[in-house]
Ligand binder design. Structure first.
Ligand SMILES: Cc1cc2nc3c(=O)[nH]c(=O)nc-3n(C[C@H](O)[C@H](O)[C@H](O)COP(=O)(O)OP(=O)(O)OC[C@H]3O[C@@H](n4cnc5c(N)ncnc54)[C@H](O)[C@@H]3O)c2cc1C
Length: 396
């Protein structure tokens, strides 16, 4: 039996902590916030992805199909709101059909149940959505991720562990026989001794790694995803999940329509550079975060390659009519007045020095430490699988 400190009470940290607890270890979870799931996990689309998009051979592809099943099973077992809705990926214009067919091939490679449907077939699934052709993916669903996190935190506590909220990791040092972890709370500073440390710190992952004397392979760049909610009359036109064909040059899936577990329909997220790691509006600006992003050569390489689409995203963020126009490609007739602002999320996207976005999950380990340095979508879907992977890496 070992004592393990897990940094981060998002879904990846809590799934790992619960798994380690089940394996008989004593776990202390630290999170700087006062509630679980405060950042990415509590501000996402709430979708259990099917595994459709990911490059064969990647961790994402390997974990998503299993992750969707294990997440659904966990939610059902614990009485957490979840539903398999299926999703429709829609080619709105003829030039998107080739991309749609590529996606259909990917589905076959990844073992995801998906079926191409013509315009009439698409209308059977979503009568009010416009498109020339579509891909119906039956296994995609929705779930209450914060609810999953609360259940996982209960498992840690019930197994004798601790979930310490308002507790920030300041630094950690591997002494060879133990990891000394310095923690700051409202009551001051203290030190914990652990046999191992697992860091799942999302938007702060690279900084936490450095604070633990691990040099991260990439830097986190925050991309905000803004959402609106459809007004009830328009929301009634959407049955489940409707996605555009993603642009293969970007890691994000494009603005989509999501009927959530609470019954409302969200549209979004877009993707704009955030001026604070935890910056949920344009008014949130943290100079140190801005400096961190703009002194990283990778950001300049990325910006140079994506000037036009990047500017378009900024316009779509600042002009609700532009946002409405992109939604109307999927759901004709949507106008700015049908969109009510909803809380945004910020994606922790790892970016390499040369400007390449880290596409797959990235986990860096030493003998006593595991750092999750890139866990973007579909990491919420895959959280129970990532937890199993981390547990294996720890070799306790
Ligand atoms: C807009 C958006 C939409 C998305 N949609 C989906 C989706 O539909 N389906 C899906 O599968 N995935 C989706 N994702 C991705 C998914 O939300 C993330 O992959 C997942 O939540 C990552 O979980 P995490 O635990 O790694 O990070 P987080 O949930 O961000 O948790 C990290 C935690 O670490 C804590 N922390 C940081 N630094 C410290 C420190 N020094 N000391 C203590 N605590 C610290 C933070 O407070 C935070 O609570 C989406 C993400 C976004 C942003």
């Amino acid at each position: 039996m070992a004592h393990i400190v897990v940094v981060g009470a998002g879904i990846v940290g809590l799934a790992t902590a619960a798994r380690l607890t089940r394996a008989g270890h004593v776990v202390t979870v630290l999170d700087k916030e006062r509630a679980v799931a405060t950042h990415q996990t509590g501000r996402n689309s709430g979708v259990m992805h099917s595994g459709l998009y990911y490059a064969p051979g990647s961790l994402k592809a390997a974990m998503a199909v299993a992750g969707q099943r294990s997440m659904l099973a966990f939610a059902r077992e614990r009485g957490i709101a979840a539903r398999v809705t299926g999703k429709l990926v829609v080619a709105s214009r003829p030039e998107q059909v080739e991309g749609l067919h590529t996606l259909a091939g990917r589905a076959v490679d990844n073992g995801v149940p998906a079926q191409l449907v013509d315009r009439a077939g698409a209308r059977e699934k979503e009568p009010h959505v416009a498109g020339v052709e579509a891909l119906w993916v039956s296994s995609t669903g929705i779930v209450d991720y914060p609810g999953v996190c609360r259940a996982l935190a209960d498992d840690v506590r019930d197994g004798g562990g601790r979930v310490a909220l308002g507790a920030r990791l300041v630094a950690a040092r591997d002494t060879g026989s133990t990891v000394r972890v310095r923690v700051a709370t409202d009551d001051g500073r203290s030190e914990l001794r652990a046999d191992a440390l697992v860091a799942c710190a999302g938007l702060q992952a690279d900084r936490v790694a450095r604070a633990c004397e691990i040099e991260p392979e990439a830097r986190i760049v925050p991309f905000r995803g803004e959402y609106f909610e459809l007004t009830p009359a328009k929301a009634a036109l959407v049955r489940g999940l409707v996605y555009p064909v993603p642009d293969p040059r970007f890691p994000f899936l494009g603005v989509h329509l999501t009927r959530t577990v609470t019954g409302c329909v969200h549209v979004g997220p877009n993707a704009v550079l955030a001026l604070a790691r935890e910056g949920y509006t344009w008014h949130d600006v943290v100079p140190a975060d801005v400096a961190d992003a703009f002194t990283w050569p990778g950001l300049w390489h990325l910006a140079a390659r994506n000037l036009v689409p990047g500017s378009r995203e900024v316009v779509r963020s600042l002009d609700r009519r532009a946002f409405a126009r992109s939604v109307a490609e999927l759901l004709p007739g949507v106008r700015a007045e049908n969109l009510v602002p909803a809380p945004a999320g910020v994606r922790a996207q790892a970016l390499r020095r040369d400007g390449r976005l880290v596409d797959d999950f990235l986990i860096q380990s030493t003998e006593r430490q595991v750092h999750v340095l890139n866990a973007p979508s579909p990491a919420a879907t895959c959280a129970l699988e990532i937890a199993a992977h981390i547990t294996e890496q720890l070799a306790l």
